[in-house]
Design a protein around this ligand. Structure first.
Ligand SMILES: [Zn+2]
Length: 168
């Protein structure tokens, strides 16, 4: 029963990244290691659930990524679990990169240039994060939260000592 995969709770209102609705922890994968949680909110649009076809008011699913990620939704569905059905069991940063790519592909032509500008650094960062050890990912996200204009090269320079240690 897929509903049992998620332990939904009301968000801690004091949390800095929290959106309204319900949240659940991820239990495995890079995003779980990095403290990313899943959030679901309603109302979304009325329509057919892409998972089961039921006509209902949709839930939207989000990854509660550290700022300044602001990824947008990663699924919708008639129940909280159906909204989350595209989230793999152990999501890593490549899942974030794929979500950015999907948002870019779905952008209407009039928004495409702006979306591409938004997507380019996020794709680069997510793809790079996917290949880093946990200590470097945590440092990188902290640095980006403080200064979102830092490049991957800036982060690599800042993380140099940690990278050297991690590679032994
Ligand atoms: Zn459904």
């Amino acid at each position: 029963m897929e509903e049992s995969r998620w332990r939904w709770r009301r968000p801690d209102e004091s949390g800095p990244w929290t959106v309204s609705g319900w949240t659940a922890a991820l239990t495995a994968g890079q995003l779980a290691e990095d403290g990313v949680t899943v959030a679901v909110t309603r109302p979304g649009p009325w329509g057919e659930c892409p998972r089961c076809g039921r006509w209902a008011e949709s839930w939207y699913a989000y990854l509660d990524l550290p700022p300044p990620w602001q990824l947008g939704d990663v699924g919708l569905g008639c129940t909280r679990a159906h909204a989350c059905s595209d989230i793999p069991a152990a999501p890593g940063w490549l899942f974030v990169a794929e979500a950015v790519t999907r948002l870019l592909e779905a952008a209407r032509p009039v928004f495409h240039a702006a979306t591409a500008e938004w997507a380019a650094p996020r794709l680069e960062r997510a793809t790079w994060l996917a290949g880093q050890p946990p200590a470097v990912r945590r440092l990188a996200n902290r640095l980006w939260t403080d200064n979102q204009s830092l490049s991957v090269a800036d982060i690599e320079a800042a993380a140099g000592g940690i990278l050297a240690d991690a590679r032994g």
